[in-house]
Structure formats: C-alpha cells, structure tokens
Ligand binder design. Structure first.
Ligand code: FMN
Length: 328
C-alpha cells in the first residue's frame, strides 16, 4: 500500500501559507494540552498543536513557567502558541518574544471566562471591547512574521458579539478563527450553539475551526456538515481519549491499549517534568483514562496515590491482570 507523504496529500486548509492536514485537533487546555499530551494527540492524528495559554506578562518577564508551556517537539508542527492579555502594547512585545521561540502561528485568547482574566479585560473580556480587539490584531499581524489567529466564544450573554469580532479579526489581518460555541455566562455548561458557529463561517473568508461538544468520531463530521467549518477542536472529550484523533471511539479501545497509552504518556510526563512533578501531573490524566471502567474504590485509590512511576505501573498491571474490568 502506498501511504502518501504529507507533501503528496492535499491540505485540508491553510492558515495563510501554512498547510494543515486533518480536520480534528486538540483544544488548548490549561493543565492538559502540554507537550507530553499534545505530542501524543498529534501522533494519533490531531491536525495541529495549540499550547496552553500563557499570560503576555509572563513571557515578557521570563517567568519560570512560561518556557515550559511554550516547549514543543518539531514533529508537532504546525505549532500554535496561545497568549492572553488586554494591553495591545504588552501583547505585541510578548508576541515578538514568543515568535523567537519558533512557533508557526500565534493565537490570541479571546475566550477564557476566568474572573482573574476577564476582570482585567483579557480573554473573553476582549469581546466586549471591539476597538481594542481591532488594535491588537492590527498591531500583531503587521509586526509578526507568523500568522496571527484568534480563539473566541460567542460573547457575554447580553452581548453576543461573535460575528462582529470575527469580522474584526479578519479585517485586521487575522488568518483563522476558532469559535467555542458558548457565551461567557455559559462557562462550560449547557449546549454549544453550532448554528452560531455556522454564522461565523458564513461571515468571514478565513478558515474557521468549530469547537464545543464534539464527543465522538461521528461528531467531527456532524459539526463540519452543520457549520461548514474547516476543522473542529476537541477539548474535554479528548482527555483520557487521544484515540479520537485516530478516528477510534473510546468504547472500541481495549484495556491493553489503554494501559500502553498510559505508560507512554507517563513516560513523556516523567521525561518532561521530572519524576515527582511528572507523576503528580499525570494523575488527572490517569483519572480520565480509567473513568470508563468499573474499578473498585481500593484500586482507584491505589492508582491515584502511588508515589513512584514503578508503583503506578504495578497498579496498572494489577488492573490489567484482574481482566474482568468492565466499561460502565
Ligand atoms: C481544563 C480546561 C482548560 C482550558 N484552557 C484553555 C486555554 O488555555 N485556552 C483556550 O483557548 N481555551 C481553554 N479551554 C477551553 C477549551 O479549549 C474549549 O474551548 C472548551 O473546553 C470547549 O470545548 P469542548 O466542549 O470540546 O471541551 C479550556 C477548557 C478546559 C476544560
């Protein structure tokens, strides 16, 4: 069988001049879309890699955590750095510094609903200040070599400014918009409004990535057909379930495959963060990997309290050997 190399395949879409192959990708998620998990998802088929968001000031001050968040593997390209802030001047300075680290694309977060972020006008706060949003996109797209993109929500409940903001992003040089189909007030609850994502798709000429409530492989095509968007982003449903990017639904994944994936993921965490932090940060992924199974309380407790990677893997082996583990 002849497997086409990326150059022979037709790109699904372009971000300015950057070809993207594939129509599903991992959402940026603080605490989850780090190098170990992102690179696994990318290997399974996630079409590009968005980092967790990083505060503009952290980049400027070279805060110790920012470099870790903006680390990536070459094999993850196209790599998108996501930054947030509200001051156009600081965002520009941060973006220029971040660009030196070699990303393919720079994304401005306009969707985060966290109080600490929106209170200062950043994240989804920017959707209430269209003039400022325009200034940010104009400045960044004029000064940066890499394409600038934006990730938005639908707005605040009283002010669903998504079409206006999408047009502003495009008119001021933005090369792509990702839309999470919820308002700030909805947070992560309620249903994502796919009709609104379709409205954004119809309102702009640049590529649009739809986001919100894609939970199964079939949902990927369902959202694409419903909205006309070029690709979809998958957030929560990909945690503990990177196989979704390979077109495999979770219920078809065997316990053996889960065990092997957990081992690979843990190995990457340990290499990236070191033994203690690597294991600690892996636990929240582990909870999601085993969530579909009926594990005894004792087994779950053991899995989440082991102090060493070897101890952790021994519990996984025990679960595997018990065999009778049923999916819920
Ligand atoms: C734990 C968590 C962290 C998130 N962090 C970010 C982030 O850093 N940047 C961002 O643009 N969105 C972030 N989001 C939002 C997701 O990217 C996505 O828009 C949202 O979860 C809806 O998609 P879903 O229904 O597939 O989960 C986060 C969401 C979650 C649940």
């Amino acid at each position: 069988m002849n497997i086409p190399t990326p150059t022979e395949r037709t790109p699904t879409f372009h971000v300015r001049d950057i070809p993207v192959y594939g129509d599903a990708l991992l959402s940026p998620m603080i605490g989850f879309s780090d190098l170990p998990f992102r690179s696994l998802c990318r290997e399974l088929g996630s079409a590009m890699s968005y980092t967790e968001f990083v505060r503009a000031e952290s980049i400027i001050r070279k805060n110790e955590h920012y470099a870790k968040k903006l680390s990536y593997r070459e094999s993850e390209r196209p790599v998108v750095f996501q930054i947030f802030g509200d001051d156009p001047r600081l965002l520009l300075e941060a973006a220029l510094r971040a660009q030196e680290l070699g990303p393919d694309i720079l994304d401005v977060n306009m969707g985060c609903p966290a109080k600490a972020v929106v209170n200062r006008g950043a994240g989804v706060g920017l959707m209430r200040t269209p003039v400022k949003a325009a200034r940010i996109f104009k400045k960044l797209s004029a000064a940066l070599e890499v394409p600038v993109t934006g990730k938005i929500r639908l707005g605040w409940d009283d002010c669903r400014s998504y079409k206006l903001i999408a047009r502003i992003v495009e008119e001021n040089g933005g090369a792509l918009i990702a839309v999470h189909g919820r308002t700030k007030e909805q947070g992560y609850g309620g249903r994502a409004d796919w009709d609104a994502i379709a409205e954004v798709r119809a309102a702009v000429g640049i590529p649009v990535i739809g986001n919100g409530d894609v939970k199964t492989v079939a949902d990927i095509q369902r959202m694409k057909s419903h909205t006309g968007c070029e690709a979809v982003m998958i957030g929560r449903a990909a945690i503990g379930n990177p196989w979704i990017f390979a077109g495999i639904d979770r219920e078809l994944v065997t316990l053996d495959q889960v065990r092997r994936m957990m081992s690979r993921h843990l190995e990457r965490n340990l290499a990236f963060y070191g033994p203690r932090l690597g294991l600690e940060l892996f636990r929240k992924h582990a909870v999601q990997y085993v969530a579909p199974y009926r594990l005894s309380r004792e087994m779950r407790r053991k899995l989440l309290t082991r102090e060493t990677a070897a101890g952790f893997m021994a519990v996984l082996d025990e679960i595997h050997a018990a065999g009778g583990t049923k999916m819920l």
